[in-house]
Design a protein around this ligand. Structure first.
Ligand code: NDP
Length: 479
């Protein structure tokens, strides 16, 4: 056997990852694809990679040194299950199967359990960065056993993106932890993109600036604390002129956002965990709304405010939007990390939050300068209960909140939809509030369903005899 690593599935992601692996000193990469023509095409296009061709799964197993390690990059869902079954039938105890696809973390937990019974290691590994990342260095989020990471770690460190001298990979936790964290990454990505889109929309509608002018604003922002891949590419997209019409490309692209489902997974999971990820949820819902042409056509006739925003000082306004974006972004990340904290508790994972922020600094879509601040916040306090309360981030809120409030209020008054800005602010104010009207909700619940409530001044649970004399009795907590 000559190969030390295999890639199964040679579509865009798999072939790029295989080339990345092959380009690293010490790796010999075996490649397999269900349709052999694809394998042949890859070998022909990249003779420099020195790939070892496997026409069957058995050939793949035979070509690998032990412990055998194979990275699966096939369509998520059933195809992944099918390929895992085939690999299990030709691998031996101690070998490692890595699923690099976008699996739902609960599928990964299930697969890990099933594969573990054969003595083979199963590692669900989140991979971020799209095809460019796969080729030149992705951010990698492997789960699975610490033992499997001893073999896998050095290989993954070799192909990962490098940020400030360090590879963007760490062992996230056992079984589905890697895919869980990748899912949250995607959820945060949805929120980040929506927030940037709202910032653009506000500036455009309230100041009348052109997409090209707004592109310059984003380029400027990218030199400061908002520096990130998403801000950078936003400027590029806004600057693009359509060759056919001569119009800004952003004006000829149909305004219906697609989604592959990982944002929705994040929200569904957060609902199960009981973690408010309102910024992410609004971002997912905003895409849904954008893709409802019939509803939007019907809605176009609805009444709106009579006066548009009259911005007196465009520069001051743009700075307000920048700070509103920054504050909302902190909330989105804070909520995402809250979900990681709660997920780790529920699934018994030891996840180092600072490490997660560190490996997101390169290779992935949400790579950004301010992730360093998150790493620092968790380094200073591993038990941080809400990221936004860390000193650095509460200082950001102190600086940004007046701008944020002006922007959300102005947007509401002038009828510009800013769901993610507004819900992030509402979350922030909810978090700050010394008393929430949840007391009233408890009262309502007790009234119609005898769900009981607790008091601020006594232990135990209580129920008011609403349909009787309205006296209060001590109650068994029934819910
Ligand atoms: P696709 O998701 O389009 O999957 C195509 C690959 O799956 C082909 O190799 C295909 O083989 C194989 N396949 C499909 N069905 C089966 C089956 N029943 N048995 C065996 N093989 C099968 O490829 P991508 O490269 O786009 O993505 C691969 C994985 O990486 C996916 O899980 C995706 O979600 C994930 N991913 C994608 C990212 C991206 O930016 N695109 C980023 C990160 C992860 P054949 O040629 O024989 O049809």
């Amino acid at each position: 056997p000559t190969a030390n690593i295999a890639v199964v599935g040679l579509a865009v992601m798999g072939s790029n990852l295989a080339r990345n692996l092959a380009s690293r000193e010490g790796n010999t990469v075996a490649v397999y694809n269900r349709t052999t023509a694809k394998t042949d095409a890859l070998l022909e296009a990249h003779p420099e990679a020195g790939f070892v061709k496997a026409a069957t799964m058995q050939e793949l197993a035979d070509s690998l040194q032990t412990p055998r390690t194979a990275i699966v990059m096939v369509k998520a869902g059933r195809p992944t299950d099918a390929v895992i079954d085939e690999l299990v039938s030709v691998f031996e105890p101690g070998d490692i199967i890595v699923d690099g696809g976008n699996a739902l973390f609960t599928d990964t937990i299930r697969r890990e359990q099933a594969v573990r019974e054969t003595g083979i290691h199963f590692v669900g590994c989140g991979i971020s960065g799209g095809e460019e990342g796969a080729l030149n260095g992705p951010s990698l989020m492997p789960g699975g056993t610490p033992e499997s990471y001893e073999t896998l770690g050095p290989i993954l460190r070799g192909i990962a993106a490098i940020a400030e001298g360090e590879p963007c990979v760490t062992h996230i936790g056992t079984d589905g932890a890697g895919h869980f964290v990748k899912m949250i990454h995607n959820g945060i990505e949805y929120a980040d993109m929506q927030l940037i889109a709202e910032a653009y929309d506000l500036i455009r509608h309230a100041t009348g600036k052109s997409p090209a002018e707004i592109a310059d604003i984003f380029t400027e922002w990218n030199a400061g604390e908002l520096e990130s891949y998403l801000i950078e590419i936003t400027a590029e997209v806004l600057r693009q002129v359509d060759a056919t019409t001569g119009e800004p490309l952003v004006d000829v692209i149909l305004d219906a956002a697609g989604a592959k489902g990982t944002g929705a997974w994040t929200v569904q999971t957060a609902l199960d965990l009981g973690v408010p990820v309102s910024g992410i949820a609004e971002a997912v819902f905003a895409r849904s709304l954008s893709s409802k042409p019939q509803q939007r056509a019907a809605g176009a006739a609805l009444p709106g405010p009579s006066t548009p925003w009259s911005v007196q000082d465009p520069d001051a306004f743009v700075e307000d939007v920048r700070l509103a974006l920054y504050a909302s972004k902190v909330i989105a990340y804070s909520q995402g990390f809250d979900a990681i904290v709660q997920g780790a508790i529920d699934h018994d994972w030891q996840i180092d939050k600072g490490e997660v922020a560190r490996i997101w600094r390169g290779g992935c879509i949400i790579r950004a300068r301010f992730l360093n601040r998150i790493t620092e916040a968790y380094a200073a306090d591993q038990g941080l209960v809400a990221l936004v309360t860390a000193p650095f981030f509460s200082d950001v809120m102190a600086t940004a909140q007046d701008s944020w409030r002006r922007i959300v209020a102005g947007a509401a008054q002038s009828g510009i939809p800013v769901p993610a800005f507004a819900s992030s602010l509402a979350y922030y104010d909810g978090l700050r509030a010394p008393r929430l009207p949840a007391s009233l909700i408890q009262g309502q619940r007790d009234f119609f369903g005898a769900h009981t409530y607790r008091r601020i001044d006594a232990e135990g649970t209580f129920h008011t005899l609403w349909s009787g004399d309205r006296s209060e009795i001590a109650a068994e907590d029934t819910h």
